[in-house]
Design a protein around this ligand. Structure first.
Ligand code: NAD
Length: 450
């Protein structure tokens, strides 16, 4: 068997099973078993979804492929477009369901639901999640958990009080490649030595203002009832204060969540700089350009962690790099990126190649240049890049949804429960505060706990 085959040959299911067991431990909670109602197969779960915009659709496309889910209800205020399209999609998968505009009506009428997926704009998450938990449903709620820490706090409290599950949609937490990096490369092999620095970014090109198809607008009364001033604001809610949190929250929360996870702690201090430097402040209230530096005090020492998100240039896209005195690890949700670089002074990594944790860098070949001198030719443009030993080619959100529904079935523990989502929200929301304050802000340990 070739080196590559050996390394990529880690079976995904076995892998998830083993890492879930290491990272979380299995639970078989009587609380969640046997709740599916009389006559139904014990593994079937009746599900609703609230909010079927871009992300709701992405989640639905994965969810319909998970066995045993029965979508009974779909709720979205954009009846003439998103609601209609998603309903058609569910019907194509023979998922018979009722449609609603208002989630309260849905909760009043649908009495045999066990779980709900929430993918509405951030400012709706807290109210809808709390109501669903109180109605007895397990909730998968998209990130950002809430646009306010107070909203996020209420969600944690409601999950605790009701004993229902609340998974926050930081889907990298269930991604086999990220689990491999954490469990195998960092914990078991310790390939980085002492981590001192983290660097991450999500750089995006200029984005047009989102519009909507002609004749498919929502009437003003409905928009106002659901917290939007206009169709423009409804479509571009992320940029508005009170509705979203801007790119640092929208994009950064995914990656800063990884900082907290991999460093196994939350930060002590943040300094940040940002502004609406490029777009019009009237319809881009949140900052289009943000740079932040966190200070972490980990068990092994201080780590400085830089993060930037810009929205005018996509150079190098999105990734996180963890740097230690023995190596660096670059990981990204983009499946093609995931590599490690050994420091010249560090011990060899042959054993990690042998056991499939890493794939060896391409063999050095020698070729003659035009002048006749010998030059190195490597397949990778970056010398000595060890690829990480796990491939993952499924939709990004599927394992996180699977983890949620397996937890509902009492077979797994949540990979991103409310308390973890809360810590991330506390970490990320502080960046906007630091920009506004124009100074260094400290975190108190109690800010991360409810
Ligand atoms: N995990 C990820 O990778 C990821 C990616 C993108 C977005 N998201 C998150 O998903 C959520 C939705 O983002 P999006 O890009 O799909 O936004 P979107 O604007 O495309 O979709 C939001 C949908 O919610 C509906 N809606 C708004 N208010 C509602 C209400 N009160 N009740 C019912 N429906 C309502 C809208 O009609 C729309 O169909 C956000 O929280 C966002 O941060 C997560």
């Amino acid at each position: 068997m070739s080196k590559n085959k050996a390394a990529t040959g880690i079976n995904r299911r076995e892998f998830i099973r083993s890492t879930a067991a290491i990272g979380a431990g299995l639970i078989f909670s009587p609380m969640v078993l046997g709740e599916t109602g009389a006559g139904a197969k014990s593994d079937d779960i009746n599900v609703a979804i609230i909010g079927v915009g871009d992300e709701g659709r992405v989640l639905l496309e994965s969810a319909v492929k998970i066995p045993g889910l029965r979508f009974k209800a779909l709720c979205d205020i954009w009846t003439s477009f998103n609601q209609q399209n998603a309903s058609r999609f569910l019907k194509a998968y023979k998922q018979e369901h009722n449609v609603y505009v208002d989630y309260k009506e849905m909760l009043d009428k649908e009495k045999d639901l066990q779980a709900v997926i929430i993918a509405t704009p951030d400012f709706w998450h807290s109210e809808q999640t709390v109501a669903c938990l109180k109605a007895g449903l397990h909730v998968y709620c998209e990130k950002e958990m809430s646009n306010t820490l107070e909203g996020a706090r209420k969600m944690v409290v409601a999950a605790k009080e009701t004993g229902k599950l609340l998974q926050i949609g930081h889907q990298r937490r269930s991604n086999p490649r990220y689990l491999h990096c954490y469990n195998k490369l960092l914990k078991e092999a310790g390939i980085l030595g002492r981590i001192t620095t983290v660097n991450g970014q999500w750089n995006r090109s200029v984005q047009p203002t989102l519009g909507f198809p002609q004749g498919k607008g929502i009437d003003e009364a409905t928009l106002n009832k659901y917290g939007f001033k206009s169709m423009e604001q409804f479509r571009n809610w992320r940029w508005y204060k009170g509705l979203g949190g801007g790119p640092i929250v929208d994009l950064g929360s995914h990656q800063i969540d990884i900082y907290n996870w991999f460093l196994e702690t939350s930060p002590k201090v943040v300094i940040a700089s940002g502004g609406t430097d490029y777009y019009n402040k009237k319809d881009h209230e949140w900052y289009d350009n943000v740079m932040a530096v966190y200070t972490y005090e980990t068990k092994k020492g201080v780590v400085r962690a830089f993060y930037q998100t810009i929205t005018t240039n996509c150079y190098q896209g999105y990734y996180e790099v963890f740097m230690g005195d023995q190596g660096s690890l670059l990981i990204s949700e983009a499946g093609s990126r995931g590599e490690a670089y050994r420091e010249p002074t560090a011990p060899q990594w042959d054993q990690w190649v042998k056991n499939g944790f890493l794939l060896a860098p391409p063999e050095k070949k020698e070729e003659k240049s035009d002048s006749g001198a010998l030059v190195d030719v490597r397949e990778s443009p970056i010398p000595d890049a060890y690829k990480i030993g796990v491939e993952f080619k499924e939709p990004y959100h599927k394992p996180h949804l699977e983890n949620f529904f397996n937890a509902v079935r009492g077979k797994e523990k949540l990979n991103c429960p409310a308390e973890v989502g809360y810590e991330t929200a506390a970490t990320v929301l502080k960046v906007n505060e630091a920009i506004e304050a124009g100074c260094k802000l400290e975190f108190k340990p109690e800010e991360f706990k409810v």
